[in-house]
Design a protein around this ligand. Structure first.
Ligand code: CP
Length: 310
C-alpha cells in the first residue's frame, strides 16, 4: 500500500504486521527518550477538515517520535476557509514538501479522491460516515493486548452505527480476524441494508435489544450519538435512547466477566455510555488512546519509513 484509506482490503497477515510493529513502537515509548530517526527528513501534514482531539494529537506525537517534521493545517484556520479546493490545498502542501498527508474530512471518500491526485501518501484519519482505519487498528490492537487471539471473540457494537466510520472499519477488521460481531441500536441508526444477507456485511448479527446484544460478549463497544450527522433530528429522543440502549453497569452484567468496555471517544457521558462504565474497572478507553500513538507510529513507519511495506 502507498496509502491507508481503509482496512477493508487488509489480509490477516497485514493486520499482524501492524500489530507486531506497534509492539516494537510500544517498546520505544517505554524508553526515557522516545525519539527514533526512522522518518528523519520526511514531512507529515495533519490536514483536518473536521474537529479532532485524539487522532490529530496522537498522529502529531507519533510523527514527532519518529523524527518527522510535522505541520498542522485545519480548515477553519487556513485558505480552505477562503474557498480553496481540496486538490489545490493538496498541491500546495506537496509544493511545501509534504510526504505524508493525514487527512480527516466530513465527506465520505474525500481521502480516496486525494489519493488519486496527490504524490504524497494519504492516511485516512476519518472520512464522513465511511471509514476510520487507524481507529480500528488501535481498537483491534487493544483487544489483542488483552485477549491474545481475536479469533472467535464476540463483540457488541452499540449505538449510532449508521453514522459511525469507526464501526464500519471495525466491522471489516473484526470479521476479517474471525471475531463474531453484533451491532445494536435503534433501526434509524443502523446502516441501510445491514440485515440484507447479500449486503455489505453478511456475517454481522443485527439486534435491537441491547440486553441480547451484550449477552456473553468479550467486547462491548459503545459509539457516540453523532447528532451533527443526524440531519432529520435525533431518532429516537435522547431520553428514549438512554432508556433503551445506554451501556450501563446493569446491562454489562450480561456480558462475560472479563468484558472489555470500549469507546472511540469523545464520550457523551451518561448518554450512550454510563459514566461509571466509562471509568469502571472494565473500561479500556484510556488504553485505546495510549495505543493510538504506538499504532500510528507503526502505520507511519510502514508507509514511509520502510518505503511502502504496509
Ligand atoms: N476517536 C476519534 O477519532 O476521536 P477524535 O475525533 O478526538 O480524533
Amino acid at each position: 500500500h502507498r496509502h491507508l484509506l481503509d482496512v477493508d482490503d487488509f489480509s490477516p497477515e497485514e493486520f499482524q504486521l501492524v500489530f507486531e510493529t506497534a509492539d516494537a513502537m510500544r517498546e520505544i515509548l517505554a524508553r526515557p527518550i522516545k525519539k527514533v530517526p526512522a522518518l528523519r527528513g520526511q514531512t507529515v501534514v495533519n490536514l483536518f477538515y473536521e474537529n479532532s482531539t485524539r487522532t490529530r494529537a496522537s498522529f502529531e506525537i507519533a510523527a514527532k517520535n519518529l523524527s518527522a517534521e510535522v505541520l498542522n493545517v485545519t480548515s477553519t484556520a487556513s485558505s480552505i476557509a477562503k474557498g480553496e479546493s481540496l486538490i489545490d490545498t493538496l498541491k500546495t502542501l506537496e509544493a511545501l514538501g509534504a510526504n505524508i498527508i493525514v487527512m480527516r474530512h466530513n465527506l465520505s471518500g474525500a481521502p480516496h479522491v486525494a489519493a488519486k491526485y496527490s504524490k504524497a501518501s494519504i492516511i485516512n484519519a476519518g472520512d464522513g460516515w465511511h471509514a476510520h482505519p487507524t481507529q480500528a487498528l488501535l481498537d483491534l490492537y487493544t483487544i489483542r493486548k488483552h485477549k491474545g487471539n481475536l479469533n472467535g471473540l464476540k463483540a457488541a457494537i452499540i449505538g449510532d452505527v449508521r453514522h459511525s466510520r469507526v464501526a464500519h472499519s471495525n466491522i471489516w477488521g473484526m470479521t476479517r480476524l474471525g471475531m463474531k460481531v453484533t451491532v445494536c441500536g435503534p433501526p434509524t441508526l443502523l446502516p441501510y441494508g445491514l440485515d440484507n444477507p447479500g449486503g455489505l456485511f453478511p456475517e454481522v448479527r443485527v439486534e435491537t435489544d441491547v440486553e441480547k446484544a451484550v449477552e456473553d460478549a468479550d467486547v462491548v463497544m459503545a459509539l457516540r450519538l453523532q447528532r451533527e450527522r443526524q440531519q432529520s433530528g435525533l431518532l429516537p429522543s435522547v431520553a428514549e435512547y438512554v432508556r433503551r440502549f445506554q451501556v450501563s453497569q446493569e446491562r454489562l452484567k450480561r456480558a462475560k466477566s472479563e468484558v472489555l468496555v470500549m469507546h472511540p471517544g469523545p464520550v457523551n457521558e451518561d448518554i450512550e455510555l454510563a459514566a461509571e462504565s466509562a471509568y469502571g474497572d472494565k473500561s479500556v478507553i484510556n488504553e485505546q488512546v495510549q495505543n493510538g500513538v504506538a499504532v500510528r507510529m507503526a502505520v507511519l513507519y510502514l508507509l514511509a519509513g520502510k518505503q511502502g511495506e504496509l
